[in-house]
Each structure stands twice: as C-alpha cells, then as structure tokens.
Write a protein of this length. Structure first.
Ligand code: WTA
Length: 658
C-alpha cells in the first residue's frame, strides 16, 4: 500500500445514496434489513446459514449437521446432506416450468449467435455426461477443461457436476507447459478442448497446446474431446482424440444426476500464490453452490424472470465459475456469454452486445473499464444502454475516476455499482454492497455480506479500532460455506498459506491489506504478498521469476509490479545474466525472454519491462530488497536507506542509468 492510496481512501467524501426506484423493487431494500440479517448471523451463525442452505438448494437428502469444526481448518458444512449441483442449476428450473427460458445468449467473436434454453442446456449436459461415463469417468475422477468462451464450456463443467466428476478449468491463455502442470497435478483422465479459440482476430491453438502437453507427460489422460470451433487445422491422435459433436450425437440425452455428499469436491481451480507452483484450490458442492446462489440474489439482486445478466469474465477464472457457470444457472436466470476481445473489431463491442441482448446487470473488471474509458464516450454513446439497472466490478481496486466514468457514462447515473471483493479461495462475494440498501463510496467495497465475519486486524489478530485505522490485514474470522476446502494434494500448503499466520487462532488470512473508515466501509489496499494483479489476473511474481531463470542465459531474476494506468499493475522484471551484459544484444534478448515466459506460463505473464544489471539489491543477510525494486520500477525517488547494500552501483544499473 502506498501512502497515496491510503490518503485518497481517507479523504473520499462522495456518497451515492440508493436510488428510490432501485430500493423499491430490491430484494434487500434498506440497511435495516441488512442489519437484521447480520444480527441473525451473529446470534445464531449456524442457524442463519442453515436457513439459507434450505432456501437456496434443492437437496436429495436434507442435512441435519450444519457446521463441523472438529478438525480445523478442515471445516465441513451440511455434511450429511446429499445433492447434485447440475440438478440444482438446470433440472429444477425445468421442473418448475421454466425449461423454455433462455439460459445462455451467446455471441461469438465473428458475430455468430446461439441461444440455449434450459431444456437445451440439459440435453447438452446429459449427452456429455453420458459420454464421459462411457470413457470411464466416474465420481471423483478429474476432467480438465481447456476451452474458449463457448456454451459448451459451461455444459462441460455442468456435465462433470452431473456425474460427480471434478473439473479443473484451465484458462485458454495459459501455455502448453502451464496446462501440463495442471493436468499432471490433477491427474486428469479426460481433457475437453477445442481446435482453437478466437480472440481479438487471432486463433489460439488450444488443441496444439493439448498435444504438446500430452507429448511431454500427462500419462493419466486417456481421451481428448475436441470441439470444432475455429476451423483450425489440427493433428489427430487416433484412439485418443474424439470430436465433441460425434460423441454428443451418439449419446442419449438421459443422464440422471448423481447425488453426492455436500462436501464432495465440485472443482479444482489453480491460482497463483507467493511461492512455488500455482495451487489447486478445492471447492465443495453444497457450500460453494450456496455462496453462488445467495450472492446472485443479495449482490446482483437478480430477478430470473426479467433480468439479463452478463459477467464478462472467462470461465478459466473463479469469476467465470461462480458468475457464469454456476451462479446465474443456480437461480435460473438468463445470461449473456461473449467469446472474444472486448475491443474487437471496435471499442463498442461490449455495448453493442449489451444493447442487442437488453442486458440489465453487467459485471466486469476495472481494467476493462479503464481501457474502455480511454477510447472515449462516443463508443458507448452509439448504443442504447437503457435496459441496464445494475453494474458490478471485480478483481482489483477500482479507482474513483474509473468508478465515476462507469457510473455516469455506462450506468446513466441511474445504476448502482457493486464493487465486489472476493477471491478464488472464497468462492463467492465476501464484501460488497447490497444495491438496494448500501450507500456507495467510489472505490470502497463497503460492507461484509450477511454471515461473513470479515475484519481488519493487526499482526496479533486484534481488530483495529476504526477511528484510528491506518490499514491492516484483511481476515475472515469464521468459516463460511463457500470457502475453499483444501489445496489439491497438499494439505500442508493449505494450512500454511491461509491458517498459520496468527498462532493458535484459526483466522482466514486473505493476503490483502485493507482499511476501514469511520463509517465502517472497507477499502482494499492491495496484496501484501508477492502476488500482483495484472489486468485483473492474479499472477505470482515467483512464478514469473522461475520462468525467467529457466532461460539458459539468465542467472537470477526478480519480478515486481509497477502501477499502470490501465492494467492496475504492469510486470517489471530485473534480470541478471550469466556472464557479462556487455557481450549481449540486449534488445534481442529482451524479446527472447518475453517469448520464453509466454511459453512457460502464457502471454498474460510476459514482462512489460525488463532491465538488466550485474546484481540485485540484497540485504547483508541476502534477501532481495523488493520494496526498493518496486520503487525503482515505478520511477520513484529512492528514500530507503541503501547504505547496507553490497554494491550501490547496482541501483544505477537497475534504474537504467548505467
Ligand atoms: C483482488 C478474483 C479490490 C484482491 C475474484 C484479491 C480486489 C484478489 C477486488 C483475488 C475488489 C478482487 N477490490 N481488490 N473488488 N476483488 N480483488 O483469486 O487482491 O483472481 O485478493 O479472485 O483480487 O483474485 P482472484
């Protein structure tokens, strides 16, 4: 956190009251109702959540146990209940007479369109579920999904849920090598992919990446299911590869949902941390579903019969899991899904889609808002956005300037903005406004949701007094239903990362620092660890460092985030070469290193800047001085005491002066 951030937080005075029109029809209208719910949760925590779980989930076998805290931090929720997530997301809406309602209004990047009703979604999911079973995938087996943003990706996730298989979606922007690591960690039996994905006029070679990953390992994989999407020439391995549409045509559309225990893992999603390889965050079936469904109602105020919801995230991230694949379907809503680049072919693409589909609730990331803001108001002005009634933001702090633009230009000063703080690990929104109740302050995610015991604490875990809040650690005091359950195959890492910071107390450590103002509003100040947020994507600096160091010419590397107007953070790398710098063509090497990182992780991890030096600034005890590197990367004046440095001339090199 910089002093500037804290300063702006503490001086933000603007308050946006709930518009009367909105409050009148909202599910939660007024702070009294919020306080009432919070009071219920404080007085009877388990009773509160049990009530929600009965209301939101259709159970095959009702639960009697609520929260099991006997073996912390391995908490269990509703553990003697049984359910099927895909039944909850599809069949029950059909049984209620809503099978003809559109589940997905899809638009491809080239402009092709497809809509699927809940009946049609069920047919796809059931056929695919049967196909997976025919390939020997059963309850608890893992399936990796590496697909573009097409309805079949949602169908694939739901098909796994239907048969009790555990999916692990890998973002299509990750490289063959990153894909391989994830397939191997999850020991997946089947990979579902496509011939290619379309993004900003380019074709992403998904199938070629799968081939490469499988060539180098991944022995657990028996079949690769390939959707034809990009009309892209691909290699074919007879016996292993099968066309998506071929198996769909031969399978039956009748696939009974398999009831599973509440705690049965629904999916694994890999996310970056401060150390080592990405970790597989494991989510449960019932608790996760509850978080997704409840927040669709509380935070997005969703009315399935009239709203058109659109979350612009990719299904490869948690936002696409909770607010595309599971949340909108859990409540039986209609949602928009768009395949391609937000500026393609022109900067009004999102607004054109919103106009055509009459989108009412729109959810995106600050980085997208800032990029669109740069293009000018004339682009949204070309479109009728009058159907919009609510806007959302996720993934990183939204700066007040972007907030105001979003509010004024996109929302026509009539739509509340819900700034939602949450994480891959939390499964669903944790701190966010209730749009019919909460007065908004630009840049603040406002208050914890009902039943979420979020707090800002000092190093000892004590709440920081609001009046003198200068920022502290963001934690959650009590286990909540949609929380992660484990790190796949690595219990120790689960305990160490999230539950070991405060000795003798199980407080969930979010990894963000936060502050609370005198009105009790939460302000997220940024990550406290070596994770950076690049265009709303969470990246581990260590991961990028290891990718750099795996290059034959690199001896050592340090990566830090540097503030960037559009991306939030840009990736700045300091590189020490083997041998002398003078002997190298540094411009050429820079390109080479960027390409190398793209190959190891994916294009999203490419450093924006690379500077070469003879050494890195280290303390006498040998620790890299990251704070100093951050200051250098952002061109700040060096105020730190560098007299302890082994070699002060290194600083000039890192600043690009020598
Ligand atoms: C950041 C994305 C400020 C935060 C859902 C968190 C935010 C990390 C917000 C999780 C927000 C997310 N305001 N910061 N509204 N939402 N973050 O796992 O640093 O990809 O820890 O989940 O994003 O990123 P993840």
């Amino acid at each position: 956190m910089t002093d500037d951030t804290l300063e702006s937080v503490l001086t933000e005075q603007r308050l946006f009251e709930v518009p009367d029109q909105f409050a009148k029809q909202a599910r939660i209208s007024g702070m009294d109702q919020y306080f009432e719910m919070m009071k219920h949760a404080v007085e009877d925590y388990e009773g509160f959540w049990a009530e929600q779980a009965r209301a939101e989930i259709s159970w095959e076998i009702p639960f009697s146990e609520i929260l099991d805290e006997s073996n912390p931090p391995f908490y269990k929720w509703f553990s003697d209940g049984r359910l099927n997530v895909s039944y909850n997301c599809i069949d029950r809406h059909i049984e209620a007479g809503n099978g003809q309602r559109n589940a997905i209004l899809w638009e491809g990047e080239p402009g092709d369109q497809r809509s699927l009703t809940y009946n049609e979604l069920l047919d796809e999911v059931a056929r695919l579920g049967n196909a997976l079973k025919a390939y020997g995938v059963g309850k608890g087996d893992r399936v990796v999904i590496y697909m573009p943003m097409v309805p079949e990706a949602v169908a694939a996730m739901q098909a796994c849920a239907r048969i009790g298989a555990i999916h692990s979606v890998v973002f299509g922007g990750f490289s063959a090598e990153a894909l391989k690591d994830r397939i191997e960690d999850a020991t997946a039996k089947v990979v579902i992919s496509a011939d290619g994905g379309l993004r900003s006029g380019k074709t992403i070679p998904l199938k070629a990446n799968v081939d490469q990953a499988l060539e180098e390992g991944c022995d657990s994989v028996e079949h690769v299911v390939v959707l034809q999407r990009a009309e892209n020439a691909i290699d074919w391995t007879e016996g292993r590869d099968v066309w998506f549409r071929d198996i769909m045509a031969r399978e039956s559309g009748d696939c009974p949902p398999e009831p599973v225990e509440a705690e049965h893992p629904l999916f694994i999603l890999y996310t970056s941390g401060s150390t080592g390889k990405p970790k597989g965050v494991v989510h449960s079936s019932a608790g996760y579903l509850l978080g997704a469904a409840a927040t669709m109602k509380w935070v997005f105020d969703i009315r399935p019969e009239s709203d058109v919801f659109w979350c612009t995230a990719d299904v490869g991230w948690i936002t696409g899991h909770t607010y595309i694949a599971y949340g909108p379907t859990a409540v039986g809503a209609t949602q928009v899904m768009y395949e391609g680049g937000p500026m393609y072919p022109e900067p009004d693409r999102l607004w054109a889609v919103a106009e055509r589909t009459r989108t009412t609730v729109f959810y995106t990331a600050p980085t997208a808002i800032r990029a669109l803001m740069k293009q000018g108001e004339e682009w949204p002005a070309k479109h009728d956005l009058s159907a919009l009634r609510l806007l959302g933001s996720v993934g990183e702090p939204i700066n007040p300037e972007a907030w105001m633009w979003y509010y004024r230009v996109i929302g026509g000063e009539r739509c509340p903005i819900v700034d939602t703080w949450w994480q891959t690990e939390t499964g669903a929104h944790m701190i966010a406004p209730l749009p019919g109740a909460t007065a908004l302050k630009p840049g603040s995610c406002t208050h914890p949701l009902p039943g979420i015991m979020a707090d800002v604490v000092d190093e000892a875990g004590n709440s920081i007094d609001r009046a003198e809040d200068k920022g502290g650690l963001l934690i959650i005091r009590r286990p909540w239903p949609s929380m992660l359950r484990n790190v796949w195959g690595n219990e120790q890492r689960f305990i160490k990362t999230y539950w070991s910071y405060f000795p003798d107390q199980y407080l969930y450590l979010a990894g963000d620092s936060a502050s609370r103002d005198a009105d009790g509003y939460f302000w997220i100040l940024g990550r406290m660890d070596d994770v950076i947020n690049v265009s709303g994507h969470r990246m581990g600096t260590m991961e990028i460092e290891s990718a750099l160091v795996s290059h034959e010419k690199v001896a050592e590397a340090a990566v830090v985030g540097r503030p960037d107007e559009v991306k939030g953070n840009a990736i700045h790398a300091f590189v020490i070469l083997k041998g002398s710098r003078g002997d190298q063509d540094l411009d050429h090497l820079r390109d080479d290193l960027r390409g190398h990182v793209a190959e190891k992780i994916g294009p999203i991890a490419k450093p924006d800047d690379i500077r070469f030096a003879d050494g890195l600034p280290k303390t006498r005890s040998g620790k890299i001085m990251r704070r100093l590197l951050r200051a250098i990367a952002s061109g700040e004046e060096i105020t730190q005491d560098i007299s302890t440095l082994e070699d002060e001339s290194v600083i000039r090199q890192l600043q690009g002066k020598d």
